[in-house]
Ligand binder design. Structure first.
Ligand code: ADP
Ligand code: ASP
Ligand code: MG
Length: 463
């Protein structure tokens, strides 16, 4: 198969969530499976678990670890939901085979849960294994439905093609191995592949997961490896909005964003894209479209390589998001006045504890940093005390405004004046020169209010 002229589609949990939504998925996949003059043919469809199933599987694992047999009821619910969907969508002659496939998998799942119950504790490795059933079940189910409707396709467990390290729960992808494996696999298998999102495997074939919401990332990994012409993220809203439409009713779709802008938005909390999605696409300059499964004719958002490829003009602020809760750590020391090597030692501490820093602000008297993962907060603060006095503030949020002209003179000033008028205190302002975003820290309780104020000021009234 030529690696040119194909696309990769991804359907999220709500799209996979019911018989009604699956009908929409089938229609979209059917038309994508045939190349047209305008559109490349789909080579892979990446799917999430049915909505809510990943959370249910986490419950299964936790119940089992506590030797609580309620896990059986939860598995029964998961099984019933898949079987009902099959009943609604698979014709009589193919029902039996489809049902048997699902019940075989849930039997194995029950076996895995029993294993956890016997051990009486839950390792991150066992949790990933149990959780992987969500995507495995939904992908299998979709294959049966599509085959029944004469859309030729095959099941592909991403464990066969995505190799990761063993950081269970948020595994890092080994691109040098995965890219080769993916290309080789797709060269051999030219039928449309229905691929489990979210999961991978270590070199020794232990199942891993890529982090919550990671199916978007799976699609980008595949799209980049196959040098797809486009990666389509099909979800339950009509694109990337100026703000989370669930929080801000007047939010509207942003027709175009650059990779850098979309990356910042995803990184700072816009759930519509997993934060790692943009990187593989950006490396290969593959456009990413965000589209609505329930309104497939809407234009959605196209994420393009850079300003040069943007068709419309950029705005001061294209979109707003926030990430919460975050923790701010302040280190004060007169030694910052002569900070040679000090910064490196401080960053080393965070690296040792694999805790990533989101925002940094420095002054002659110290440094302030934000993190969102408090797993090693105690060890980190202890180590930081070597450098000066340490103060930790919890319940904070990072607000992020992106836009092609957000770095223009006066933009930051006006933002803080407006927020100040509404008694929102702002700290740790960061605005890279030539950058596409301004970020700053506010109290977690003020985040929603601040977003609404800035949305009104910069986006709502705009023509
Ligand atoms: P999926 O299951 O398809 O991956 P997600 O729930 O992960 O869907 O992401 C879609 C949701 O992201 C939307 O329903 C919306 O509430 C939320 N969201 C947050 N910020 C934004 C934004 N800026 N634009 C669009 N959706 C957003
Ligand atoms: N099913 C996984 C989750 O709920 C991955 C995804 O939906 O992208 O986190
Ligand atoms: Mg998602």
């Amino acid at each position: 198969m030529a690696s040119k002229g194909i696309k990769v589609l991804k359907f999220g949990g709500t799209s996979m969530g019911s018989a009604d939504s699956m009908r929409k998925v089938v229609a979209i996949v059917r038309s994508a499976s045939i190349a047209s003059k305008k559109e490349p043919r789909a080579a892979a469809v990446v799917v999430s678990a049915m909505s809510g199933v990943t959370d249910q599987l986490i419950m299964v694992a936790k119940y089992a670890a506590k030797k609580n047999d309620s896990y059986e009821k939860v598995i029964a619910k998961i099984e019933a939901r898949h079987l009902q969907t099959i009943q609604s969508l698979v014709g009589a002659e193919n029902q039996q085979a489809a049902r048997a496939d699902i019940t075989r998998m849930t039997r194995h799942l029950t076996g895995a849960a029993k294993g956890v119950l016997l051990v009486g504790s839950l390792s991150p490795q066992a949790l990933d294994y149990i959780v992987s059933y969500g995507e495995r079940l939904s992908a299998r189910m979709l294959v049966h439905i599509l085959n029944d409707k004469d859309v030729a396709c095959e099941y592909l467990n991403a464990r066969r093609i995505i190799t990761t390290d063993d950081s269970f729960g948020k595994a890092e992808v080994d691109f040098s191995i995965s890219n080769k494996t993916i290309r080789a696999y797709f060269k051999k298998h030219t039928k449309l592949q229905i691929v489990t999102g979210f999961i991978g495997a270590t070199r020794t074939k232990k199942t891993t997961t890529l982090g919550r919401g990671g199916s978007d990332y799976s699609a980008a990994i595949l799209g980049a490896a196959l040098r797809a012409r486009v990666i389509e993220i099909w979800t339950d809203v009509s694109g990337v909005y100026t703000a989370d439409p669930r929080l801000e009713r007047s939010a509207r779709v942003v027709p175009e964003l650059t990779f850098e802008e979309a990356g910042e938005l995803a990184y700072f909390g816009a759930k519509v894209l997993h934060p790692k999605t943009i990187l593989p696409a950006m490396r290969e300059r593959i456009p990413v479209r965000v589209l609505n499964t329930f309104k497939p004719s809407e234009r959605g958002t196209t994420i393009v390589a850079d300003e040069g490829e943007r068709k419309g003009k950029s705005r001061t602020v294209d979109a707003l998001t926030f990430k919460r809760p975050v923790i701010v750590i302040h280190v004060h020391s007169p030694e910052f006045f002569d900070a040679n090597g000090l910064m490196a030692s401080i960053f080393n501490i965070f690296q040792t504890y694999r805790t990533s820093i989101d925002v940094i602000a420095t002054s002659v008297a110290g440094i302030s940093l934000t993190i969102d993962d408090d797993t090693h907060l105690r060890e980190i603060t202890k180590a930081l005390k070597k450098f000066g006095s340490v103060r930790v503030e919890r319940h904070k949020a990072i607000l992020c405004a992106v836009g092609g002209k957000v770095d223009a003179a006066g933009v930051a000033g006006r933002m803080f004046t407006v927020l100040g008028k509404h008694n929102v205190a702002v700290e740790m302002i960061s605005q890279a020169s030539g950058g596409v975003s301004i970020t700053f820290v506010v109290d977690e309780d003020d985040a929603k209010k601040a977003l609404k104020i800035l949305h009104k000021e910069y986006i709502r009234g705009r023509v």
